[in-house]
Design a protein. Sequence first.
Length: 201
Amino acid sequence: MNDKIPIPLRIKNSFTSIKLIKKTQDFFIFSGKENKTKELRIIKMLAIPSYLNKEMFDLFNHLLLTRNFIKGLKEEYAPKLYEYFEIEESNMKFVVSIEKIYEEIIKYRSKEVNKYLINPDKMRIDITAILTDLHSEGKEHGDIAIRNICLDTERDKYILIDWNEGSKNSETSTLEYELESLHQILDSINDKIASGYLSSD
């Protein structure tokens, strides 16, 4: 699959297990793990034609806005960004974002649940603190869902990923709305724990 799609040498030489995770008529998104450090990092690579039409130009700019938005957040809110750069090669433009891997509560693609990472009380405290602080700064996440909650095992704190909606700065989600979404997630988790489907930390 990947042999038909040009991948920059800088990426080929530094990363292993590069996988195509999304493909449309106009662009590709890859992921992969860095192979030169014990601290695993993931690459999110957007590959688009170097001749940008308006849709691709908007997508390119939105990815840049999202990266800048995350950089402006407090460290305990979101994934740590290691590097962001652009490469033009083989008539393609590559926009590369490298960030730390965090433990997913649910392996969303496979729907596998990591029950050892679920502590509903701690999740409520950590994510509520993030959302309260975030909205006090006039910002929002925009997509509170179980797939977007991860655990930073180094600091033993829950964080949020996937800040694409928040970076649009549309201010469509109030603090109350986002907290209600969190409570619905926690209610679902607690129901599964009560029924024996999950065990809590």
